[in-house]
Ligand binder design. Structure first.
Ligand code: ADP
Length: 274
């Protein structure tokens, strides 16, 4: 673990519940500057909730998120606005505006959040699109893009304002294997080229472990394993093992809780009563 102060983000004893649903129950993790960090866990583990706490959209019930010297939940409106300027976000669905071109989708945050003149925005938009290999697609509409291309445009938009931190929420979901690999490699390359820091939240373990520097595995509201991809692959934790090796059963049960099968059947079947 890097020493305190070296990290861009430190999450300390973070607790969060939606009413009675205690999703995060004491998360500790560190995101070092310049690194690409994976946050892994099954659907519903609380990964998106953690991103919302880092971005200041939610307030923790206990604990804190340190972001570059600030405590996120103590920020006032101006502080939160500044924080969000420093964070680029890409959501699973991509979230492109369907009625404006690829070009205007990338220009959108620049026009909304900066006073840059249009000529500068023009060149920046083309630079971002070039970085994701889609400069030639700038005049297309979102419905003319393949799923992988749309995800690349969303990626270009997430980095439009050269964020200090880029957070990707399920960036691989629904992609074919080739597009998935392209997106994973792009996330890695953009992080390094921009000298930025990135967080990838995903249930797609094999793809993530190929590109991240460090990953945390969340289960039952806490970090049950962390380390380099190799350390995680060799983790003795049964939930991590189940997840990484995609076993149908383990601490994460295949069966939703149910009464004994025999009690649920109408006919007498001695074998089912066992
Ligand atoms: P993940 O990103 O790991 O799939 P989430 O953070 O989206 O997990 O969700 C964690 C848990 O919190 C789930 O049980 C989900 O149903 C619940 N949850 C998520 N968002 C809300 C919300 N806005 N209101 C109530 N419950 C929510």
């Amino acid at each position: 673990m890097p020493e305190r102060g070296a990290a861009l983000i430190e999450v300390e004893d973070l607790h969060f519940a939606y009413n009675a649903n205690r999703v995060l129950r004491g998360i500790h993790l560190t995101v070092p500057r310049g690194k690409l960090v994976g946050i892994l866990g099954v659907s519903g583990a609380g990964k998106s909730t953690l991103l919302r706490l880092i971005g200041g959209q939610l307030r923790p019930q206990r604990g804190r998120v340190h972001f570059d010297g600030r405590i996120v939940h103590e920020l006032d409106d101006a502080g939160l606005y500044q924080l969000r300027r420093e964070i680029g976000m890409m959501f699973q669905a991509g979230g492109l505006f369907s009625d404006i071109s690829v070009y205007d989708n990338i220009a959108f945050p620049m026009r909304e959040l900066t006073d840059l003149p249009e000529e500068v925005i023009h060149d920046l938009v083309l630079m971002k699109l070039h970085a994701v290999g889609l400069r030639g697609a700038s005049q297309l509409m979102p419905n003319e893009l393949s799923g992988g291309m749309a995800r690349r445009v969303a990626l270009a938009r997430a980095i439009a304002l050269d964020p200090v931190l880029t957070m990707y929420d399920e960036p691989f979901a629904g992609l074919d294997p080739i597009s998935l690999n392209v997106i994973a490699q792009l996330i890695r390359r953009l992080n390094d080229a921009l000298g930025a820091t990135s967080i990838v939240v995903t249930y797609d373990v094999p793809e993530t472990l190929k590109v991240v520097d460090l990953a945390y595995f969340i289960h039952d509201g806490v970090v049950v394993a962390s380390g380099t991809p190799d350390e995680l692959r060799n983790s003795p934790d049964p939930a991590v093992h189940q997840f990484i090796h995609a076993k149908p059963d383990g601490p994460v049960a295949f069966h939703y809780p149910a009464p004994a099968f025999g009690n649920d059947l109408r006919l007498e079947t001695p074998s089912a009563r066992s």
